[in-house]
Design a protein around this ligand. Sequence first.
Ligand code: PLP
Length: 310
Amino acid sequence: MNDRIEFRSMTNVNGEIRPTAEARVPVMDRGFLYGDSIYEVFRTYRGIPLFHDEHWARFENSAALSHLRIGLAKDEMTEQIRRTVQASGAPAAQQDVYVRYIVTRGEGPIDLHPAEDLETTFVVIVNELPYLKPEFFTHGLKVAVARTLRNPGASLNPNIKGGNYLNNVLGIIEARRHGADDSLMLNEAGLVTEASNSNVFFVIDGELVTPSQVAANLRGLTKAAVHEVCRAHGLPSHEREIPIDAVLGATEFFFTSSIREVTPVAELRIGEGVERSFPAGGGPVTRRVARLYADYVEDYLATHEDLSLF
Ligand SMILES: Cc1ncc(COP(=O)(O)O)c(C=O)c1O
């Protein structure tokens, strides 16, 4: 008899948990109709949700910026996440997971203006961690600058982590057509903003830099952690405007995100015939930041065991 516990992707819709392939939201849900929703993504490490409080704080900020009432308190959402993780078999299988929690403005008539009495829908998706090719770390990502510009912040605040990702989808489609793994997106002034779903750092003139909020980008939690750990170890990192021309002179380039952590970029296609390459597996600064970040995660885990979802 095989009594090995298998992980199974599960999804919770308004408290009802099913295998993800069978989970449904109504077609009249505004999340489906308009991308009228907000979300967060985190991963667990040995069952502990990394930056749980920080994700919730950003979720509340996304809700406030989009005039959306979450409809669940933090403890209630945490409990729903715990139930869904438990149902997936991840704790018994001792398998870390990817968690996406979403709140939509709810089901209602086809009318852009949301009625006052809508009841929000919540969804928690518990998946396997996405497979990241080992070459992403040993060699590095291939990235292409997209011609599609990032939405201006005055049109859609990039700090609304919302369900409307068409801008980023167009960016990554373009990048893949150029044989790249991901896109680097610029704004109308030619400033670097971010990648399709990661923040970006460069070493330019010996300094570690990342785009400031002047160029629309999400305040990534991994980026914030990188700033903090770098500061603590005498490796200052700066937020500033980064014109794409300055990237031509960069010596290192890496991505940060909750899922990718710190991932080196090895190749950048800027335009027709204009390419830059960076050290395979990351240059000295990238490697140091990756180590510092890994230590930071370990410290977090050591002090947040009480959050464990397993
Ligand atoms: C557009 C965008 N930028 C940056 C990030 C990285 O943010 P974090 O480090 O909080 O995962 C994400 C990831 O969710 C994203 O979707």
